[in-house]
Design a protein around this ligand. Sequence first.
Ligand SMILES: NC(=O)c1ccc[n+]([C@@H]2O[C@H](COP(=O)([O-])OP(=O)(O)OC[C@H]3O[C@@H](n4cnc5c(N)ncnc54)[C@H](OP(=O)(O)O)[C@@H]3O)[C@@H](O)[C@H]2O)c1
Length: 179
Amino acid sequence: MMVKKIIGIMAVDPSGVVGVNNRLPWHYPGDLDHFRKITYGEIIVMGRRTFETIPQNILKDRISVVFSSNKLSSYFNRGIRCTIVSSMREFLSIQSSWNYSQIFMIGGAQTAHLFLEYDLISEFIITEIHKPYKGDVYFNLILLDGWNKTILAKTKDYTICKLTRNKDEGKSCEIRSIS
Ligand SMILES: NC(=O)c1ccc[n+]([C@@H]2O[C@H](COP(=O)([O-])OP(=O)(O)OC[C@H]3O[C@@H](n4cnc5c(N)ncnc54)[C@H](OP(=O)(O)O)[C@@H]3O)[C@@H](O)[C@H]2O)c1
């Protein structure tokens, strides 16, 4: 099955913290602008917990795909248009019908781990937050060990990096089997 190019985009502190109390632990407007520019008009895939907290003004200019085991959750009746997928199998089976060349996986940690576990992400745009923050959701940074890193931008508060896998940099990947 051919899978579109999937690009991860997330911000992490030095120990992998990505969230606290169901929100971002930090507020860096410049990094939010970077996120908005890159994902504007694109398909963004996220977990239900991230969808619940992401501001509506971000959702409205993007096409949202949400992972959730509960398609009937009352949350999805807020009038926000989104596609709900209840498994990776379902996501993979419908993604080929989207008329887009790439998809952005925007988190949270559970969803990022799922996509990395299936080896579906060929590029990860990571904002490395310089200061440590208190958090309750962690991204497992070890999963990106060995990826090629290019620095895209640096400020006193954070560094934006592009990480690519050695084996299929910039290409769509082929899934042989999926359970
Ligand atoms: N720093 C960043 O860049 C960044 C980015 C995004 C989010 N965040 C933060 O991260 C936190 C949320 O992350 P999180 O890891 O707790 O949650 P998440 O990945 O946003 O969402 C988890 C939910 O996704 C659904 N899900 C996950 N795997 C699934 C599967 N295989 N099949 C079907 N559904 C699946 C489940 O929803 P159901 O429970 O409905 O079944 C699960 O509870 C928040 O604090 C948020 O602010 C940070």
